[in-house]
Design a protein around this ligand. Sequence first.
Ligand SMILES: Nc1ncnc2c1ncn2[C@@H]1O[C@H](COP(=O)(O)OP(=O)(O)OP(=O)(O)O)[C@@H](O)[C@H]1O
Length: 323
Amino acid sequence: MKRSACLIFNPVAGQGDSDQDLAMIRAILEPEIDLDIQLTTEDSCTDDLARQAIERGVDLIIASGGDGTLSETATAVVGTDVPFGIISRGTANAFAHALGIPDTVDAACKVILQGVTRTVDVAYCNGHPMVLLAGIGFEADAVERADREAKNRFGILAYILAGVQELRAMENFDVEIETEDKIIKATAAAVTVANAAPSTSILAQGPAGIIVDDGLLDLTIVAPANRASAIAAAFHLFQTASTGNAAERNDIGYLRAKQFKIKTDPPQKVVVDGEILGTTPVEIHCVPAGLKIFVPSVEEEKLPEKLEGLPNLIVEEKEKENG
Ligand SMILES: Nc1ncnc2c1ncn2[C@@H]1O[C@H](COP(=O)(O)OP(=O)(O)OP(=O)(O)O)[C@@H](O)[C@H]1O
């Protein structure tokens, strides 16, 4: 019997041709999966569409759109044991990048068909499910500035432009961070708590590598003294993300914990998985193994290899051993 899935599809996400994207998704998935296609509208509650489908007993939930659609759908799937498929068609595609899922429609569909799942941690921020990260201060303002119209016109540039604008108006705030075993007070320009993060979320990159199934959250504090230091700190974080070495500057701090209570003076905006959630204070705690997602099978990853050009080269493929 075919598996059943609810496909939640945002027809206005990203800059691609959504009719063509939907046709491709149907062509790849429908031979093996019965699709109940739900198109989102400007005012539809995407999470409710997913919740109702789960109540109807669908085998999987698939979301296709930008990070907004994916994060709203994820809130309904968290804690349900229903596997979640991601077909990313947005601007930044942070979900796909953070979770190691391809960001092209056909490759993402193939991952779902392969059926390999992985259980990852999630978190709750003031009771709201969070798969990626919470940004307090700087990042929150940058997200608010990258509006729909700008994203349509400039794509990923909209986020960068918004970030640069924000950098000019950077203001520090006092922060108190309480974990399960300590209280930290400092001055900061941005505080980011990540469960998972793509390397482009540079403000989350204090620690070397964020692990999505370790039962812990990674907090990064960025506290540059002036605009020049802010740019240098941003560049340093960009490097930590690309090299895998932890940050070493004095104006960057990081720690891991199961939970964080964060207060700021003055109150700061909070963005969770790309959407403005409200303002500080926040309480964020990790829920180990809270979400089951489709991921590429390990065999699919091409191991680095270069043999061409060796003298007298012969390569024979062996038959695959069982197990
Ligand atoms: N049919 C629709 N018409 C207009 N707006 C819609 C429609 N469906 C969803 N939306 C709006 O799209 C927003 C979510 O967009 P989403 O994040 O999926 O795409 P995006 O903005 O292109 O991606 P990214 O966040 O990566 O830039 C929601 O705010 C929702 O109100």
